[in-house]
Design a protein around this ligand. Structure first.
Ligand code: FES
Ligand code: FES
Length: 225
């Protein structure tokens, strides 16, 4: 039995992420006016409500977002950022808000394979893009070595910035499976950690990629890779 049941492990993180992903609403049953609270069932009714009650105001828009491989149909305010939609509409709180102005990396997600700052992009502009969040990464067994290495090397203190670092690290490993330390530092240079955990990230990522490479080589030899 684990001496410290509160300790984060891949298994505990993965189980929690799986629960959050299962609860993600894939469609919106009720549409609500953000200005007066009026409620209806269809986007078209909300548009009509805006025309009658709030002429001149920008009405909510309908978007379909591909988040962690699931298509989510939502009605959102046009000024909502991707981070706000992930948090407030989909219940995905892994992407954290620190600066809310594109300067700290704590809200990093992956969009079409590249790291993106979710506080800095309008959700309405994300249709047709493939969005991955830390929750989606945490349920994929391939990334167990990365999460295990982060836990082992204590590459976190308060943990607030950690999802942003992990997502940026995953994006890096996807495009470069054996990054050197300077490449890791460059890839993570947009992520700020107020607790000062910087040296631990490169240690964790180097260990993770070495483990993953050994696993891959073993699987190839066994003929199941
Ligand atoms: S909260 Fe998005 S970059 Fe800081
Ligand atoms: S671990 Fe606290 S901000 Fe990075």
């Amino acid at each position: 039995m684990d001496a410290n049941p509160a300790r984060v492990t891949f298994e505990s993180a993965s189980a929690r992420a799986a629960g959050i992903l299962a609860a993600m609403p894939l469609e919106q049953k009720i549409v609500k006016c953000p200005l007066c609270g009026w409620q209806g069932f269809r986007h078209a009714d909300l548009i009509e409500h805006f025309t009658l009650e709030h002429p001149g105001c920008a009405a909510p828009v309908r978007v379909t977002l591909d988040v962690n491989g699931k298509l989510c149909e939502l009605v959102i305010e046009p000024q909502m950022t991707l981070k706000e939609v992930l948090q407030f509409r989909l219940g995905l709180t892994g992407a954290k808000e620190m600066c809310n102005r594109g300067a700290c990396g704590s809200c990093t997600v992956i969009m079409d394979g590249r790291p993106a700052l979710s506080c800095n992009v309008l959700a309405s502009e994300c249709e047709g893009k493939r969005i991955e969040t830390v929750e989606g990464i945490a349920v994929i067994p391939k990334w167990k070595p990365l999460i295990d290495a982060y836990c082992k090397w204590d590459a976190m203190q308060c943990g607030y910035c950690t999802p942003g670092f992990l997502v940026a690290a995953k994006a890096l490993i996807d495009r470069n499976p054996s990054p050197a330390v300077d490449e890791i530092n460059a890839a993570l240079s947009g992520n700020i950690c107020i607790c000062g955990t910087y040296p631990r990230h490169a240690q964790a990522i180097i260990e993770a990629v070495e483990f993953m490479a050994a696993e891959y080589a073993g699987a190839s030899e066994r003929g199941d890779g």
